[in-house]
Design a binder for this molecule. Structure first.
Ligand SMILES: [Fe+2]
Ligand SMILES: [Fe+2]
Length: 342
C-alpha cells in the first residue's frame, strides 16, 4: 500500500488518506483512485461534492489511499485543517488515527508558519489546530498513548507540535482540565518557536557548529515571536508569555531578559522543560536522540535551569513509560558531550 505523502513513481500524484476526506464536502482539488493497470482515474472532480456512497464503496474495497495532483498538496492540507471537526467526528476512525491526523496537520501548518509568519490566516489556523490538539489529548486515556504520537526526527515544526503534546500531557497528568487554560497553553506551546520565521533559514538549519554571531541571531527568535503575536488581538497574553520567555532559566542565566524564578510565567517555565526535553530526545543530523532516561538525567544535572517541581513531575509522568530506559550503548559514568540547540 502506498505511504501517505509518498509521490507516485511517475511523479504526478501524491498519496493521501481517504479517512481525511469528508462526505458532502467540496474539495478544491481533484481526487483520484489508483487502478491495477497502474493508472489513476478521477474519483471526485475539483469543487464537486464527495459522494458518501462512492467514498464508502472505495473504503470498503480496501482503498484507504486516494491521490491528489502533486501541485494540489497544499490545497489538500488546507482542506484537512478546515474540515478537522468533521474528520475527527467520524466514529469509524480509531482514536489513535485521529491523533495522527491532528499531529500531521499541526506539523504542516507550523512548517507553513515558520516559512511565513506574516500570513494572518495561517496563524489563525494554527490557533484553531491548537484547540484540536487539546481535544485529541483530552480524549486519550493514557499518557503513554498520547506520547505515541511523538516523532523523533527533529524539525522546527515537529518540535513545535511535540512540545505542545508533551505540555498538554503534563497538564493532564497534574489534573488541569479547564478548557480555557488548556487552550491558551496549547496555543503558546505550539507557537513557542514561531519567531524562528524571522531567523535566516541557512543559520537555523545548519548542522555544524554555530559562530557566536549566529547563535546570537538564533536567540532573537524569542523576542521576534513575542512581537509577532502581540500584533494579533486574539492571542491570549499567557500564550505570548510562553513565546517570549521559553528560553529564560530559573537561575536568571537565560534569554532574552534574564528573568529568574517566579519572574518567569508558570506556563513559560513549563514550556522550557518540554522544549529542552524534546530537543534532547529527538534526532538531528549532528546528534542521536537521547533516551528519556538519559535526557532527564542531563536535565536534572543542569541545576538552576528548570523549575525543580515541574522537572520532578515530568519524571513521575514518564516513570511508567516504556521509553524510560537507559540506551543500550550507555555505560555507567559516561555523559554525552553533544547538547542539542533549542
Ligand atoms: Fe525556542
Ligand atoms: Fe523550541
Amino acid at each position: 500500500m502506498a505511504r501517505f505523502d509518498a509521490v507516485t513513481a511517475d511523479g504526478h500524484y501524491v498519496a493521501v488518506a481517504a479517512d481525511t476526506i469528508c462526505r458532502g464536502t467540496h474539495p478544491r482539488f481533484d481526487l483520484f483512485l489508483h487502478h491495477r493497470s497502474d493508472q489513476h482515474v478521477l474519483f471526485v472532480a475539483r469543487d464537486c461534492e464527495v459522494d458518501a456512497a462512492a467514498l464508502d464503496d472505495a473504503l470498503a474495497r480496501g482503498r484507504p489511499v486516494l491521490y491528489v495532483n502533486r501541485d494540489d498538496v497544499a490545497a489538500y492540507r488546507s482542506y484537512v485543517v478546515e474540515n478537522l471537526d468533521l474528520v475527527l467526528s467520524n466514529p469509524l476512525t480509531p482514536r489513535d488515527r485521529k491523533g495522527e491526523i491532528v499531529y500531521q496537520s499541526a506539523g504542516h501548518l507550523m512548517a507553513e508558519l515558520i516559512a511565513d509568519a506574516s500570513c494572518a490566516a495561517t496563524c489563525q489556523r494554527a490557533i484553531d489546530v491548537a484547540r484540536h490538539i487539546v481535544t485529541v489529548v483530552s480524549a486519550i486515556d493514557a499518557v503513554e498513548s498520547i506520547l505515541s504520537m511523538i516523532q523523533f526526527d527533529y524539525t522546527t515544526h515537529t518540535h513545535s507540535v511535540n512540545v505542545c503534546v508533551y505540555g498538554l500531557a503534563f497538564a493532564r497528568f497534574v489534573g488541569l482540565s479547564d478548557p480555557c487554560v488548556l487552550g491558551l497553553l496549547s496555543t503558546g506551546l505550539l507557537l513557542h518557536d514561531v519567531g524562528k520565521s524571522r531567523v535566516d533559514p541557512v543559520v537555523l538549519n545548519r548542522s555544524g557548529p554555530l559562530t557566536a554571531d549566529e547563535f546570537a541571531h538564533i536567540k532573537t527568535h524569542a523576542r521576534h515571536g513575542e512581537s509577532l503575536l502581540c500584533e494579533r488581538r486574539d492571542v491570549p497574553k499567557e500564550a505570548i508569555f510562553i513565546v517570549g520567555q521559553h528560553h529564560e532559566r530559573c537561575d536568571g542565566k537565560g534569554y532574552p531578559q534574564g528573568l529568574g524564578g517566579r519572574e518567569i510565567h508558570e506556563y513559560a517555565r513549563l514550556s522550557a522543560v518540554m522544549d529542552v526535553f524534546d530537543a534532547l530526545t529527538t534526532r538531528r543530523p549532528y546528534k542521536e536522540a537521547l533516551s528519556t532516561f538519559e535526557a532527564l538525567r542531563l536535565m536534572r544535572e543542569d541545576v538552576g535551569h528548570h523549575d525543580e517541581r515541574m522537572l520532578r513531575t515530568l519524571v513521575r509522568m514518564l516513570a511508567g513509560n516504556a521509553r524510560l530506559r537507559p540506551p543500550a550503548s550507555a555505560r555507567p559514568g559516561t555523559t554525552p558531550t553533544v547538547r542539542a540547540r533549542q
